[in-house]
Design a protein around this ligand. Sequence first.
Ligand SMILES: [Zn+2]
Length: 300
Amino acid sequence: MKCIFTIDVEDWYHILDLPGAPEMGQWDSLPSRVEQNFTKLLRILAERKAKATCFFIGWIAQKYPHLVREASRQGHEIASHGFRHELAYAMTPEEFLEDAVRSKKVIEEICGQAVWGYRASGFSLTENTPWFFDKLIEAGYRYDSSLFPAKRGHGGLANGRYAPYRPDSADFVEFPVSVQRVLGRPICFFGGGYLRLFPYSLIRTMTRRVLRQERPTVFYVHPREIDLDSPRLAMNLKRRFKSYVNIATTEPKIKKVLTDFEMVTFREYLVETMNYSAPKADSLLNLPAILSQEQGAFKI
Ligand SMILES: [Zn+2]
């Protein structure tokens, strides 16, 4: 069993559920750190010959298409993190579908490959989004990794599903972010604030435990988490702790994880482990019907 290393490709200001966080209309005017931080992550991966799945915000992909192309050229999987980085439960099903389709189309036109994977901002698949998988299937995705099966600040759905599973359709797979039960409670050790907070020895032990249960260990990081000079948004003490605690330890931990464990992309895992074969016409010509109906509705 192997691990899956994922990057949510976004900038320092893409922090959710925070009053005062910049709106999409302001993003263009802010200083950007994503190019240098993501490029550094690519270098760390290349030095260890590891492949990652990169979930790009569509807006970021559109603004920095060379990052998408470079990651693709280096053999990483390109996937979608939505276009506007909005919480799924804050959108109507129709808005969610439009955003999921739009990001898929933008990213596919840049990298020239069909995008299979989706991750919602803030793991915002919850009991309030019962339409979530239906809409992703309608948008033409083949898998999702938005389920955080434990309690967290926002998002999260403690539904007891820890291993990859097919929620609705034989052709669609959900990859929960990995958790490990400790004293009966599912706890994540493998991304964001959890990766920053826990010591590496514990993360390694928990990674091995997940693998022994025949589950891939799914890690997630953000480019800003290796940036000690990142600008910081104003927030209360609790959020500041969650957003920035132990940030200096992230890069060394990422390097250790990539050295100690073998990584595959979600796409490789689907094909190699779940006998998932690409449909015959898996090309840009196979975009979902909604696109042909609304071609031209999205400015690229
Ligand atoms: Zn995000």
